[in-house]
Design a protein around this ligand. Structure first.
Ligand code: NAG
Ligand code: NAG
Length: 226
């Protein structure tokens, strides 16, 4: 019963929405500063959400196999947008130019406010943490509407770093029809987009609102949660 309601909702998505070329990311309403926090080392970062990624959306990491993105233009806004691609609740800025994402923070405790006073490389009017210290922020999102947008998956928007398994950014389960795949994604908080592969009857449940290259090559369409 609940499923047929969802199906009706999906079918009523205006046609115009069905052919968006660009993937959309969950929209950030605003972000708020939480405080300065201690980080762990490379093998145990406080915020691990970007582990294994090389590129996502417009962002490319300069360092492989880490937990963060190191881009030349890090600002509070760009780190917020980057982390929105995974609908992460928190983001952290460190040592002038590192951006971290995660759904929790503080495993290593709070730091003195004076520990976070390095200026961001992308905007010298902003503070981007300190050595081994994160300026932690929270992203606030518009509530999910429950509607999915179908987009052509012709362009890969996410690649993994060398040595990382490509499927680390999504998980798979069997599905007989596309709708079953959508329902599975809808009920998984960590699923931001999904793709149904007709030939293998597999459902790819993605952790980011960006298409991994492996999925782009096997599925024609991707459904993105708003
Ligand atoms: C730099 O940061 C300041 C303070 O957050 C902000 O007012 C300004 O708009 C930013 N500049 C750019 C170019 O984004
Ligand atoms: C990724 O693929 C490998 C090999 O096919 C498999 O062993 C592993 O469980 C997969 N990981 C995930 C997260 O699906």
């Amino acid at each position: 019963m609940q499923r047929s309601v969802h199906l009706t909702v999906l079918l009523s998505v205006p046609l115009a929405l069905l052919f968006l070329v660009a993937m959309s990311q969950p929209s950030v309403l605003h972000y708020g500063y939480i405080g300065c926090f201690v980080d762990g080392d490379n093998s145990n970062r406080d915020l691990k959400g970007l582990t294994g990624l090389k590129t996502i959306g417009p962002f490319t990491d300069k360092i492989n196999l880490a937990y963060f993105f190191n881009v030349a233009t890090v600002t509070i806004e760009s780190c917020s947008s980057l982390c929105a691609l995974g609908r992460f609740r928190y983001f952290g800025l460190q040592a002038q130019g590192f951006c971290f994402c995660g759904n929790s923070y503080g495993a290593y405790g709070a730091a003195a406010n004076s520990d976070c006073q390095e200026l961001c490389v992308g905007n010298s009017s902003q503070i981007c943490g300190g050595p081994n210290r994160n300026s932690i922020y929270k992203n606030f999102y518009a509530p999910e509407t429950g509607l999915f947008k179908r987009v052509a998956s012709t362009k890969s928007m996410l690649t993994t770093a060398p040595g990382q398994p490509e499927n680390s950014t999504y998980r798979s389960q069997e599905a007989t029809v596309a709708f079953e795949c959508l329902a599975a994604c809808r009920h998984s908080p960590d699923c931001l987009a999904c793709a149904f592969v007709q030939s293998s009857r597999m459902c790819r449940l993605m952790r980011f609102a960006a298409v991994p290259s492996e999925v782009a090559s096997e599925a024609q369409w991707v459904w993105v949660k708003p």
